[in-house]
Design a binder for this molecule. Structure first.
Ligand code: AMP
Ligand code: MG
Length: 424
């Protein structure tokens, strides 16, 4: 464990960063220092554990496989009976099916018909594929060229009894819940879900179902945030729209921080608005307001309100999603007990569009990754990149990540892309 983190204010002094031009990686690093994962665990049925995070190692109670068994349909033989080259005739004395073992022993000059998964009978040490024998009645003729122990799966070869099958911190995907079931374990310990409260701020916002007056817009951020939180397995507390009114905001922040592990808001952190939200949050907790050197998503607030973590996301719908993908996702995974946390994979492909980019900040343009008839991948930009154009997120299947020093991109140049699917 690292030492308990210094206050956000101490860090800001010690690290000498500029809150008006905060590099993406630096902001991630600062946030990571303050995250302490949930510790409460609960016991759930293996199916209910899908998508949850293991709170304790899963130890195998048995050898997997439990017995030496056949990897093929064929014949169980004693290797010493076979000739190195040349044929050998053996007498078949019975059959071993998967689940129905052969009760006897394979003696010299004998063999047993065996099916895939059948327990290797006593005396036998080698399996010969059925395609490599000639069988007539109980006479089985086998040629040369075999290897002792071939086509045999050894007891405990996948996993020994007492070995760690799955590690604490692992998220349980279909493969893991299948593995747990294969060990005969009906229930596992998982961390409790992370509770996340969120609300939108803005006098201009109305919720779906209400008719907007002139100048009003529908609140979409509460829907994208809801979706992203659900995908990450959080328990969501939707607190609706809160007007830009200090008393109402204070009440909302306090209520959220008292009930949730994490509080997420959108809007209210851009220039002008931030001043009064800043004042409020300084009173309620310890929060830093950054202008991240990125596009979109420049304004971002992070801190603690009481015990709760706070993320103040920008108001623009695309900025909300980009800052969520780039900062909030990893933080929520860590708080949920996930360990290790793999950063979303990126890889390099040619970009077929020409991209406008000013050096000095990281850009997350929305891209469409596709494959041509020859099987080669490339990316193109979705079109207009305005931070209010939510359609660009909907059309995209990846971010084109353009690093700080990068300038314009000519068609055909290689760019880093980060696939969206599976990340959230
Ligand atoms: P703000 O950061 O509050 O100044 O918001 C920046 C822009 O995002 C403004 O155009 C807002 O109208 C818009 N916006 C803020 N919150 C939302 C929301 N919940 N849904 C859709 N648009 C929003
Ligand atoms: Mg606003």
């Amino acid at each position: 464990m690292t030492a308990s983190p210094a206050s956000l204010r101490e860090i800001s002094c010690a690290d000498d960063y500029d809150p008006n031009s905060m590099p993406v990686d630096k902001a991630r690093e600062v946030i990571a220092r303050f995250l302490s994962p949930v510790s409460t665990a609960e016991r759930v049925h293996v199916r209910a554990a899908l998508g949850r995070v293991l709170a304790a190692d899963v130890i195998s109670p048995l050898d997997v496989p439990a017995h030496d068994n056949s990897a093929m349909d064929g014949y169980a033989v004693r290797f010493a009976d076979l000739k190195a080259d040349g044929e050998m005739a053996l007498k078949m004395t019975g059959t071993a099916f998967a689940g129905v073992p052969f009760a006897g022993e394979v003696k010299a000059g004998e063999c047993v018909r065996i099916m895939t998964g059948g327990v290797v009978p006593a005396g036998a040490d080698t399996i010969v594929m059925q395609e490599h024998v000639q069988a007539r009645g109980d006479q089985v003729t086998i040629g040369g060229g075999h290897r002792k122990g071939q086509n045999l799966r050894r007891a405990g070869e996948d996993l020994k009894a007492g070995a760690v099958a799955l590690r604490r911190g692992q998220v349980l995907r279909p493969a893991e819940i299948g593995l747990i079931a294969s060990l005969g374990i009906p229930e596992v310990m998982v961390y409790r879900r992370l509770r996340v409260a969120f609300f939108s701020t803005g006098d201009e916002l109305v919720s779906v179902g209400t008719l907007p007056q002139e100048g009003q817009i529908y609140d979409s951020n509460r829907y994208t945030i809801y979706g992203m939180l659900e995908r990450l397995g959080c328990e969501v507390i939707d607190m609706g729209v809160v007007r830009d009114d200090p008393a109402l905001l204070e009440q909302a922040f306090q209520e959220a921080a008292a009930t949730a592990d994490v509080v997420i808001t959108s809007g209210g952190v851009s220039v002008g608005e931030a001043d009064f939200v800043k004042e409020l949050l300084n009173k309620l907790g310890e929060v830093v307001f950054w202008k991240i050197a990125m596009k979109p998503g420049r304004p971002l607030a992070y801190g603690k309100i009481g015990k709760a973590h706070f993320f103040g996301l920008p108001g623009n719908p695309v900025s909300v999603m980009v800052t969520f993908y780039q900062f909030v996702r990893d933080a929520l995974l860590k708080l949920s007990g996930r360990d290790p946390i793999e950063p979303p994979p990126t890889f390099r492909v040619p970009c077929t569009s020409s991209l406008k980019k000013a050096p000095g900040r990281t850009e997350f343009q929305r891209g469409i990754l596709s494959r041509d008839a020859a099987g080669n991948w490339s990316v193109r930009v979705t079109g207009e990149q305005g931070s209010g154009i939510l359609r660009s997120m909907s059309e995209a299947n990846c971010f084109i990540i353009l690093p700080t020093d990068q300038g314009n991109v000519a068609p055909g140049a290689l760019v880093d892309v980060q696939v969206m699917e599976g990340v959230i």
